[in-house]
Design a protein around this ligand. Structure first.
Ligand SMILES: [Mg+2]
Length: 301
């Protein structure tokens, strides 16, 4: 997770009261109404950009069901993809060697794709802090991230059919050992150190651009036919030369028919490249300015 997080001033204004459910019959029912809430002072309870996203990730059953649904669907499609020798899930620019005769693989991102790092987000909300590499590395070294629903079953199924399971992650390479240990602890298959391609992986003949994963996909393409890719960021699937909303849409436009067949996209409302795309990727801008631009991106119609 190299993508920096949103501003996290503490606490969301809580709703004043919940609506009582309607009675089942026409019988009048006395409902105790909450005291009338006065309008909150503008600065009394600063909004936290990440509270709803993180608490949804951690508590909403819908979150878990989306992961389960995605991995189950992929599993049902996997053997057909294996049998179709022309089937490949790498974008055209990253397929640098012909697929014929190559071993099959699936390629997965790690954070918020197979491992759940929402406790790290929760800590930031509690502390009022923002993402920083030192805290993030410390969390990774705890090796306590849980597996996301369906991920273990899917990857074990793939491995049991002779399909290599390869992780491309923007975790720094000095987190290799902790990351591999965490993956193993939760039951995700790790065939060896080569199964993890972290940020900083050198790929001969390919110029690394920022945190883009294209070079690592090219490296994989020399050895594997990729049946499926999984991620919570579009950069997990294809390079994104222009991280602005229109550029992001353009990057995936040629591959829309692959969504749900070769590319499986998972939800991450807590952080991601979608966020800096709204403030021109300028993390140096003050929190309030970033927030102002995000609010400006809201559609009201
Ligand atoms: Mg991720």
């Amino acid at each position: 997770m190299s993508i920096r997080l949103s501003a996290t001033a503490f606490a969301l204004a809580l709703l004043a009261g919940c609506a009582a459910p309607p009675p089942r019959t026409g019988t009048p029912v006395a409902v105790a109404l909450p005291p009338k809430a006065s309008a909150p002072a503008a600065t009394a309870t600063p909004a936290d950009d990440n509270l709803n996203a993180t608490v949804w990730t951690q508590t909403a059953i819908e979150h878990d069901l989306i992961y389960l649904q995605t991995y189950r669907d992929a599993r049902q499609r996997l053997l057909a993809a294996l049998q179709d020798k022309r089937w490949d899930a790498l974008p055209q620019d990253d397929r640098v060697a012909p697929v014929k005769g190559l071993k099959p693989a699936v390629v997965l991102d790690i954070d918020e794709t197979v491992l759940d790092n929402s406790p790290y987000q929760a800590r930031l909300i509690r502390s009022g802090g923002e993402f920083n590499e030192a805290d993030w590395a410390a969390w990774c070294k705890e090796e306590k991230a849980r597996a996301l629903p369906g991920a273990v079953e899917f990857t074990q199924f793939a491995a049991s059919h002779g399909i290599a399971v390869i992780y491309i992650s923007n975790r720094a390479r000095d987190l290799d050992q902790a990351t591999l240990a965490n993956l193993r602890k939760v039951g995700l298959p790790v065939s060896g150190p080569d199964a993890f391609l972290g940020l900083g992986t050198f790929v001969k003949g390919c110029e690394q651009i920022g945190t883009e994963k294209g070079c690592r996909r090219q490296l994989i393409s020399r050895h594997y036919r990729v049946l499926m890719q999984f991620g919570d960021q579009i950069g997990d699937f294809v390079d994104v030369p222009a991280n602005i909303p229109r550029g992001r849409a353009s990057a995936v436009a040629p591959y829309l028919s692959w969504i749900g067949t070769r590319w499986f996209v998972l939800p991450n409302p807590t952080y991601g490249s979608w966020e800096p795309a709204l403030f021109n990727n300028d993390w140096q801008a003050p929190r309030e300015e970033r927030r102002r631009l995000k609010i400006g991106a809201l559609r009201q119609q």
